[in-house]
Design a protein around this ligand. Structure first.
Ligand SMILES: Cc1cc2nc3c(=O)[nH]c(=O)nc-3n(C[C@H](O)[C@H](O)[C@H](O)COP(=O)(O)O)c2cc1C
Length: 214
């Protein structure tokens, strides 16, 4: 089989980045979604979803997410807030809260409280601290470790690495057995796919890790 006959070869540098963005989003999927609560230096609270999100180290736990510049090249409020206060909270997005998480992705101005705008319940933690997202059963309290700028301008991301200082688990998750993890059906997390598609975790299966016999 000749690779050139059976595969279409796309070289990103020859194409408009938005086309590559749509293609890559449909390939790297489903992606977990971080619902990020942050606060500006002036005390304006912000809430937005980010699906270029993952765990990248575990001792201590560090989570990564990549925040793009806006199409006009300006910084997104979340990135500006995290850089300014170095604190943020990551919540999980369930099937039930997905529509509200989507609402918080609207391009509200920096002076708009997106919790209020999207009708998301919150718990205040005091002046200068990002709120907890009351509608999310998990809150990861993160402290900024490092930002890694990957360039500047539309379509360019800044990698944000945050150390998870506290993990708050809702009693509704029966968290006493947390050392074995939370059963997936209790979280009902959604994943982001390409275009406007999302995935649920309702069709799951198990596989044991292979062992090499000695
Ligand atoms: C499910 C979902 C996932 C998203 N993931 C990202 C992402 O990983 N990085 C990013 O820069 N924007 C992402 N966005 C877009 C931001 O949520 C959107 O730009 C938001 O307005 C940023 O808000 P802010 O300026 O208040 O920080 C995503 C949007 C949705 C709906």
């Amino acid at each position: 089989m000749s690779l050139h006959k059976e595969f279409l070869i796309i070289q990103p540098r020859d194409h408009f980045w938005v086309d590559i963005y749509h293609l890559m989003n449909s390939i790297v999927q489903p992606r977990p979604i971080a619902w990020i609560s942050s606060v500006s230096r002036d005390g304006v609270h912000n809430l937005s979803p980010f699906s270029y999100f993952n765990i990248c180290s575990m001792n201590p736990p560090i989570v990564s997410n990549s925040i793009f510049f806006n199409r006009d090249g300006s910084e997104k409020d979340t990135l500006r807030n995290i850089k300014a206060t170095r604190n943020y909270v990551v919540g999980a997005v369930s099937h039930e809260t997905a529509p509200k998480a989507n609402l918080t992705s609207a391009p509200f101005g920096p002076d708009v409280d997106e919790f209020v705008e999207a009708g998301v319940q919150f718990m205040d933690r005091g002046p200068g601290l990002p709120r907890f997202i009351a509608e999310s059963p998990v809150q990861l309290v993160c402290e900024l470790r490092q930002t890694v700028p990957l360039g500047e301008g539309a379509g360019v991301g800044t990698l944000v690495l945050g150390e998870v200082k506290e993990i708050h688990l809702s009693r509704g998750l029966n968290p006493d057995g947390w050392r074995k993890g939370i059963p997936p059906h209790l979280l009902d997390n959604v994943g982001r796919m390409g275009a406007d598609y999302y995935a649920r975790t309702t069709d799951i299966f198990q596989m044991e890790r292979p062992v090499v016999k000695k």
